[in-house]
Design a binder for this molecule. Structure first.
Ligand code: FCB
Length: 442
């Protein structure tokens, strides 16, 4: 199924990219990488589908040249990747030369193909040594993130087109320390509240460190969702506001207004670190771009039987992906327009992740996935509509280049434009890969 848009439908200079993340593809057993909290989380029964982990993943550590050839063949301008903190500093403080050498070779290989490297410094591989001191619940972790920033930027910063500090702080903090779905799998409001602050502090400290090193084009990547109420009752409307506050406004207000939203802070304050206002200037340090990851909307109702935030998610009626996520492109448009109008104005924005998982299978060396081309078309349409409404959107990255280790879901959920056979490591570009390549090169 052809993609309904091509480059010509987007402003001059608009960049298309494909995105990946270190733990999901590299293979953490390679290159003297240290262990991270995902290694322990996934080895604990019940946390990850089939007890799978990222030890081999797509073996990208050894196959990155072949994978970057695919990015090039796909007609993309840019490649979004991340550096694993546990690979760079296996014990959380000492540099692993093999780890940095690998990222050095990777950076060169991206540039050799005339692809623009878009780096994310933290996409969730917290070294075990830092998990041992409480991970993101401990302020020390935010300070240590500066060491990782400095090590990576001194090594490959000269070749980066754009750098993001943290991928999805909501997932780093709330999903992982309050909901317990991601490593370290905690369900503890005090740890979560602290993590919600420390991850932003790490962002601010990292920005500061990169400014001192002369790095340009620095940003952060937030995952936003459009929150909708299940009904128009006052209780569901306020449940909607609470989730919007925790998921979206917490991060946007902190970064762009140097404050946390009052309606959320009044309940979380009991668990927060003291003197947090002293960090807000740093957290709101100016950035050069903002990345938005968008997948679906969230419908919520009040759950009066539960303590704060007393919300429950309701399944909507729209078509769902393999993740059980509704396909709702309108939420991409509304999220981009909202961020631009309420927070960022002219600041360049990128869609740093958007994509869908499907139960893709290979038949006669081909993967037929028309639903993905359709998904991409409808989300490109939403991105275009946002641009038409004045959003300074500069690029769109598909998640993901490859089928990979989808965190707690293991290898079952296939987001890739390229199918990966995890037994043989054979890559098979799906029909959507060819469709998108045609749209980007014609
Ligand atoms: C995002 C993550 C990414 C991937 C997609 C499906 O939340 O950033 O690593 O798991 O979801």
């Amino acid at each position: 199924m052809p993609i309904k848009y091509s480059r010509k439908d987007f402003p001059e200079g608009f960049k298309f990219g494909a995105a990946t993340a270190a733990y999901q593809i590299e293979g953490s057993e390679n290159g003297n990488c240290g262990t991270c909290h995902w290694d322990t989380f996934s080895t604990t029964p019940g946390n990850v589908n089939n007890g799978e982990n990222g030890s081999i993943a797509c073996d990208h550590f050894h196959r990155f040249e072949e994978d970057l050839d695919l990015v090039k063949a796909g007609g993309f301008d840019s490649y979004r990747f991340s550096t694993s903190w546990a690979r760079v500093m296996p014990d959380g403080k000492t540099i692993n030369k093999d780890g940095l050498d690998y990222y050095d070779r990777l950076a060169d290989a991206i540039c050799e193909r005339n692809l623009l490297p878009n780096l994310t410094l933290y996409h969730w591989e917290l070294p075990s040594a830092l998990a041992d001191i409480g991970g993101w619940a401990n302020r020390e972790t935010a300070k240590r993130f500066v060491d990782h920033t400095n090590a990576v930027i001194k090594c490959i910063g000269d070749r980066m087109d754009a750098v993001a500090t943290i991928n999805e702080p909501w997932c780093v903090a709330w999903l992982s320390y309050f909901l317990g779905h991601h490593a370290p799998g905690l369900r503890d409001i005090r740890a979560a509240a602290r993590a919600m602050h420390h991850v932003l502090l790490a962002h601010g400290l990292s920005i500061d460190a990169m400014r001192s090193l002369g790095t340009s084009n620095i940003g952060i990547v937030l995952n936003l969702t459009e929150v909708q109420q299940a009904s128009d009752t006052q209780s569901d409307v306020s449940a909607k506001d609470r989730l919007d506050g925790i998921h979206n406004r917490w991060f946007l207000d902190a970064i762009f207004k140097a404050e946390y939203p009052d309606d959320i802070l009044k309940d979380l304050i009991h668990f927060m670190p003291t003197n947090l206002e002293d960090d807000m200037t740093l957290i709101s340090s100016s950035i050069d771009w903002i990345g938005i990851n968008y997948y679906t909307r969230t419908i919520v109702a009040e759950d009066a039987n539960e303590p704060w935030p007393s919300i429950k998610e309701i399944k909507g009626p729209l078509q769902q992906t393999q993740m059980g996520w509704e396909i709702y492109p309108d939420g991409l448009k509304s999220s981009l327009v909202r961020v631009s109008r309420e927070y960022t104005g002219e600041l360049p924005m990128l869609v740093t992740e958007n994509g869908m998982a499907w139960k893709d299978t290979v038949l006669n060396e081909k993967v037929f996935d028309p639903i993905r081309a359709d998904y991409i078309s409808s989300h490109l349409s939403a991105a275009k509509a946002a641009i038409d409404q004045g959003v300074n959107l500069k690029g769109f990255f598909y998640w993901s280049l490859l089928d990979n280790f989808e965190w707690a879901f293991g290898y079952e959920k296939r987001f890739g434009l390229v199918h990966v056979d995890f037994e043989t490591q054979k890559r098979t570009p799906k029909a959507s890969f060819h469709d998108l390549a045609l749209a980007l090169t014609s």
